[in-house]
Write a protein that binds this ligand. Structure first.
Ligand SMILES: Cc1cc2nc3c(=O)[nH]c(=O)nc-3n(C[C@H](O)[C@H](O)[C@H](O)COP(=O)(O)OP(=O)(O)OC[C@H]3O[C@@H](n4cnc5c(N)ncnc54)[C@H](O)[C@@H]3O)c2cc1C
Ligand code: FES
Ligand code: FES
Length: 502
């Protein structure tokens, strides 16, 4: 395996990104310095605020502009700068709230609309809302109320009651010069073509290694480089979107010495459909993976809409969700009922396994120290079936599950020929419910069978009490969700039947 040896303190080249039309080059970057710390403490750009430092409040929201996978288009996306590590900006453009005012000091239409609608009171949340609305403005010229609510679901305001901010979102398109809003940016008035060229000029052509004080951040460009780095730095933390790892630093104050960023490895960024499965690279952001999955499994749309918020989903990956192995991770129950398999690669080569076999114990997985998760294979629907995933939380938006339960049933006439039930939040790992499945398989799909399935859940799960829910609530809820699934799949109006062989 080819590799370039670098010392842990050595550097290959500076971290390069664009801010306000300027190329920024940073040498010897602390691997876990956040973008927010860089903005506020190094540049004194204090428009971007720190509220929670854990991706929840949105006060730190900034926008990134990246080249699309075709290399000739632009993606504008918001992220939480409080949990993004600075070296991950390599090859991107950063836009902050200060960037939006033009050289004449005129406000961007998004900002003007907030002013006109009285959408700011104490103002602490406002820069974050402005950036979320800016991304909406760039990406969606005609948003519905639902689009607006979704775009703002990662921003909290404790003053305005939200209505004036929603009004700003509805009126911002009517303000002058809306059509050429890029030109209003302080970022040198770059049009899309110029921006694409500038980004092309800073795309990495070799692995980035930056760091200081014996700590290092690596950005491999191939799977071979990634595996080789894992061999050389067995203690290294793999970093994908950083929406779990970021909090280890900002909340748990952990020191991470070596980080290997997966976001530039093409094999891990795949998004495609083969003859029999949807193949999703482990480092593909959920915002890109979800549309591909819901094209075939539309009933999972609500799950992905309610997975965190746009700034989190724009970087968070399915690979990170699976590998982190939290018992309350949301994607795993749904992926398990879809019979998902995962592909792992280590020094000895590749292996594939069923997702449910990956979880061994609380936060313990079958991943060997030299292995990485490469991709996720979700079989295409090949038989008529009904699938549901229910996420139970205290709030609708941006909340962690008390439990998350997925179910899938296939019928021949009214007889259950195949059934899969899986849940998170009911055990130390995300897991299937074999006793419940056995109680229903081969039986007529009716209330007696469902009642037997509900009783059998006691053999599958022994939930715990914690701050999100009591054990009794979780268990009762799981039983009732099974009953709800039955009602939804027999009342007709919500029953989705997938075409054979699609
Ligand atoms: C505000 C907020 C809201 C959230 N809401 C939800 C939610 O609604 N539902 C939910 O399930 N989660 C939620 N999360 C948790 C988190 O967003 C998810 O777990 C996410 O999928 C993690 O992906 P990531 O790419 O950010 O992973 P990272 O943080 O980069 O990594 C997570 C773990 O996976 C490992 N890893 C990453 N890539 C690989 C790989 N290719 N091979 C092997 N190991 C790898 C890392 O080393 C680390 O151990 C939330 C987080 C935040 C901050
Ligand atoms: S500071 Fe709250 S989301 Fe970043
Ligand atoms: S205006 Fe005060 S928190 Fe939003």
């Amino acid at each position: 395996m080819a590799s370039t040896e670098h010392s842990a303190t050595g550097q290959t080249r500076p971290v390069k990104f664009i801010l306000d039309g300027e190329l920024i080059e940073l040498h010897g970057v602390d691997p876990t310095r956040t973008v927010l710390q860089f903005l506020r403490e190094d540049l004194r750009r204090t428009g971007t605020k720190e509220g929670c430092a854990e991706g929840d409040c949105g006060a730190c929201t900034v926008a990134l502009v990246e080249l699309g996978q075709d290399g000739n288009s632009l993606k504008v996306l918001v992220v939480n700068s409080c949990i993004q590590f600075l070296p991950a900006l390599d090859g991107k453009e950063l836009i902050t709230v200060e960037s939006l005012v033009n050289e004449a000091g005129e406000l961007h239409p998004v900002q003007q609309a907030i002013v006109d609608s009285h959408g700011s009171q104490c103002g602490f949340c406002t820069p974050g809302f402005v950036m979320s609305l800016f991304a909406l403005y760039k990406n969606n010229p005609k948003p519905t109320r639902r689009h607006i609510d979704e775009a703002l679901s990662g921003n909290l305001c404790r003053c305005t009651g939200y209505q004036p901010i929603v009004e700003a979102a509805q009126t911002m398109y009517q303000l002058p010069k809306a059509a050429d809003d890029w030109l209003r940016l302080a970022a040198g008035g770059l049009d899309d073509t110029t921006r694409i060229e500038r980004l092309k000029n800073i795309q990495p052509d070799s692995m980035l290694q930056t760091g200081r004080d014996g700590r290092a951040f690596f950005t491999p460009l191939t799977l071979a480089e990634l595996i080789d780095l894992k061999r050389r730095y067995p203690d290294a933390t793999l970093l994908a979107g950083g929406t779990d790892v970021g909090l280890w630093v900002t909340k748990q104050q952990r020191q991470l010495d070596h980080l290997i960023y997966t976001g530039r490895v093409p094999e891990l960024l795949r998004a495609g459909v083969t003859n029999d499965c949807i193949e999703i690279g482990a480092a593909l952001p959920i915002s890109e993976a979800a549309p591909l999955i819901t094209r075939y499994y539309p009933d999972l749309d609500e799950l992905f809409t309610r997975f965190a918020s746009p700034p989190v989903r724009n970087v968070a990956t399915l690979g990170g969700n699976i590998a982190n192995g939290s018992p309350i991770g949301d994607s795993m129950p749904a992926l398990m009922v879809l019979e998902t398999r995962i592909v792992l690669q280590g020094l000895g080569g590749q292996r594939e396994m069923a997702l449910e076999d990956f979880y061994l114990d609380y936060m313990a997985t079958a991943l060997e120290p030299d292995e990485v998760l490469v991709s996720i294979r979700i079989p295409l629907p090949d038989r008529a079936s009904a699938t549901r995933c229910y996420k139970v939380t205290k709030r609708f938006d941006q909340d962690i599950s008390a439990l998350c339960m997925a179910m899938r049933v296939q019928l021949d006439g009214d007889v259950v020929t195949a059934v899969r039930i899986a849940a998170g939040g009911l055990a130390a790992i995300p897991k299937r419910a074999p006793a419940c499945e056995a109680a229903m398989k081969g039986q007529p799909w009716n209330t007696d069978t469902v009642r037997a399935g509900m009783q059998a859940l006691a053999e599958d799960f022994a939930p715990i009490d914690d701050m999100r829910a009591s054990a009794a609530y979780r268990f009762r809820c799981a039983q009732n969700l099974l009953r709800r699934f039955y009602l939804e799949t027999t009342e007709g109006k919500n029953y989705s039947v997938y075409a054979y062989g699609r």
